[in-house]
Ligand binder design. Structure first.
Ligand code: WT7
Length: 647
């Protein structure tokens, strides 16, 4: 086994290779000219390989349909050796996970040594339940350390985890369990968030009703609340792991073996299970984490996302641990017990890098500056934003009030599909502009194209595409490669289409304008309008409906539903409440409609296609931009809709 040591650090403990704009430009050009060589050198330097790869990139976007593309295909590794073993050897007592529970008094420091031990015991537990390499394990949990342990335990034995955000409903959970064919589910008795209990185990029970595929459920005891336990199927985590050996050999995996599946919403159909692989994903998560945030040895890195989303995978678990960092895991919300929670945590844990979403920033800014000022936030050095476009006001508040003008702001654009950050400033080198994600990472070739797929060179606005593969890119949609190709590579042949609109200014800076497809982004939560519509249509009183997003001051986007009632039914508060319940049970509590508007009909073309563009203009208050409605089957509908609009 070859062990490549962790890279040498310069004197201030910085691990960032991109100290200056010159260094950034040099690396970017080198990755553009020779992506294979660039990423091979990078992975050999930063990742522990069992069999170091000789191959870099094989194939490309033009071969995606037939053979796909691969990174480091002849290499073998186990990602947990990079995330755990080498640090447990070299710095065993360093805190790997700094956990803060729902109540600020609950704090746990888990060292690299002890995290490795816990992961090994959990891995042995999974083995004892019959889990083998390539099997799928669903993790349906809140933000407890065992959730990270569970992910890493799967990785240790080459099992594929699929984390399902703890806010999803039983039905949404069941869909995901079925789609990936999981045999084991890991959950907790109850989730705990802002003092509220979330009945995770009960939801799992409901999701598994009538299911035969899942043989075992592991249950972490979080609150001790009484829950039903099926003696055949359910096991308490603490009992199951207790007597397991604290050593578990790391299963060798090919670089391209799956590491995890993560479901995300698209513009049509059901959520897709994006598949990420071991070697490329880890290389990219580690590289971006180290460089974008200017990581140093003594950093306390706090990413406030949930591990149910890609941000939690890449920047709470895999990136920080691969880099030997201290990563914070936070169970609660920024408003609990009051709006100073983040700043209180910054002071108590001496957080140096904070990474959160614009919705949280806007929510906290609206509470007033005194919550920040009441705490010593002088430890902060880098402030990150992710998940949605950040408006300049929120950006400036982040920099001037939270960062007191001392910190670098990194607005990081990326997606579940990209595995890691693609367009972002490199702290502290890149000169920033309020509201811009600035420049592409080395290895990322961002292109803007117009409707016809013609590339826009220089300043302009268009659809954001990436033209060259990078190691962190999702390789397929689980069980449906055709859908992967159709969704991402067929709109503009030869290019990966992101689904986002983007403006590029005269200095080549990127300004993401948001989704151009039917994907909603509410408080950084990605949901499809089609999922909303199919949930609403399950109600008997609804004949037709159409859902679109509208600008919302705090959430970024709100959700607006046009509902055509069945004959004899009315869209009133009662029906709205029932539809809210339907959305909650089909998708989850985060799927909420802000306004239901009754309408006698939807604007349709003569061939019966709903003109969503018109609906979007109506709810965005852009009546002037609606344009020609003469092709509509019934143009008078537009006036009626405009009159009834509530935004
Ligand atoms: C969509 C991807 C990135 C991980 C969390 C979300 C939007 C993401 C930014 C940003 C503007 C952003 C895009 C993207 N988005 N980051 N910095 N500025 N928009 O991952 O759930 O897969 O959502 O989030 O619209 O396509 P996701």
């Amino acid at each position: 086994m070859t062990t490549i040591p962790v890279p040498k650090r310069v004197s201030d403990g910085a691990q960032n290779e991109l100290h200056s704009m010159d260094a950034y430009r040099e690396r970017w050009l080198s990755a553009q000219a020779d992506p294979s060589g660039f990423w091979l050198r990078e992975t050999l330097k930063s990742i522990t390989w069992m069999t170091p790869p000789n191959q870099g990139l094989e194939g490309g976007f033009r071969t995606v349909q037939q053979t796909g593309f691969t990174w480091f295909a002849d290499g073998e590794l186990n990602v947990t050796e990079s995330c755990l073993d080498r640090h447990a050897r070299e710095r065993p007592e360093k805190t790997a996970i700094l956990w803060e529970g729902d109540h600020p008094s609950e704090v746990e420091h888990i060292s690299y040594k002890s995290l490795l031990l816990r992961v090994c015991q959990a891995a042995n537990t999974l083995i004892s339940l019959g889990v083998q390499k390539g099997d799928r394990v669903i993790i349906y949990m809140g933000m407890v350390p065992q959730a990270a342990v569970a992910m890493l335990a799967c990785a240790r034995i080459g099992a594929i985890h699929s984390v399902v955000f703890g806010g999803f409903s039983a039905e949404a959970l069941r869909d995901r369990i079925r789609d990936c064919g999981a045999e084991v589910v890991i959950t907790q008795d109850m989730g705990l968030r802002a003092t509220r209990q979330i009945p995770l185990k009960a939801v799992v029970d409901q999701a598994l009703m009538g299911e035969s595929g899942v043989h075992h459920v592991l249950v972490v005891k979080r609150t001790g609340e009484a829950v039903q336990m099926d003696p055949e199927r359910d096991h308490w985590w603490h009992e199951a792991v207790h007597d397991q050996p604290t050593h578990c050999p790391a299963t060798p995996c090919a670089a391209e073996d799956p590491l995890f599946i993560l479901y995300t919403s698209g513009s049509t159909g059901r959520p897709k299970g994006l598949l990420h692989t071991c070697g490329g994903y880890l290389t990219y998560a580690a590289y971006t984490h180290r460089n974008v945030f200017d990581l140093r040895d003594d950093d306390v890195f706090a990413c406030m996302a949930d591990i149910g989303w890609i941000t939690g995978h890449s920047y709470i678990v895999y990136g920080p641990l691969a880099n030997g960092a201290t990563t914070l895991m936070f169970e609660s919300t920024p408003m609990c017990p009051d709006p100073s929670r983040y700043w209180d945590m910054v002071e108590r844990h001496r957080i140096t890098i904070l990474y959160t979403a614009p919705t949280a920033i806007r929510t906290l800014a609206a509470q007033g500056d005194h919550f920040v000022h009441a705490h010593d936030t002088s430890s902060l050095r880098v402030l990150g934003s992710v998940g949605e476009p950040i408006n300049p006001e929120a950006w400036l508040w982040y920099r001037d009030v939270v960062g007191q003008g001392r910190c670098t702001i990194v607005d990081t654009w990326w997606q579940t599909e990209t595995g890691g950050i693609c367009i972002s400033p490199i702290a502290p080198a890149t000169p920033t502009k309020a509201g811009s994600a600035t420049l592409p990472m080395p290895g990322i070739l961002a292109k803007l194209v117009d409707q016809d797929g013609h590339e826009i060179l220089g300043p302009g606005q268009g659809y954001l595409c990436l033209s060259q593969p990078w190691p962190g890119q999702a390789r397929t949609v689980w069980g449906d490669h055709d859908r992967y190709v159709a969704t991402y590579f067929s709109t503009y042949p030869g290019l990966y289409f992101t689904g986002d609109g983007c403006r590029r200014d005269a200095e080549g800076y990127h300004w993401i304008t948001g989704r151009v497809d039917d994907v909603l982004n509410v408080s950084g939560h990605r949901m499809g309008t089609a999922e909303f519509e199919s949930a609403i249509l399950t109600h008997d009183a609804v004949a037709e409906c159409a859902v679109v997003g509208f600008p919302h001051a705090i959430k970024g986007q709100g959700v607006y539903a046009f509902v055509v009632p069945q004959a004899g039914a009315t869209v009133d508060a009662g029906l709205a409440a029932e539809l809210t319940t339907a959305l909650r049970s089909h998708i989850g509590a985060h799927a909420r409609v802000d306004h239901f508007q009754a309408t006698a009909g939807l604007p349709k073309t003569r061939s019966g296609k709903v003109m969503r563009r018109i609906l979007r203009k109506i709810v965005c208050g852009e009546a002037d931009g609606i344009g020609d409605t003469s092709t509509l089957a019934d143009p008078s509908i537009v006036d009626a809709l405009l009159k009834g609009c509530q935004t």
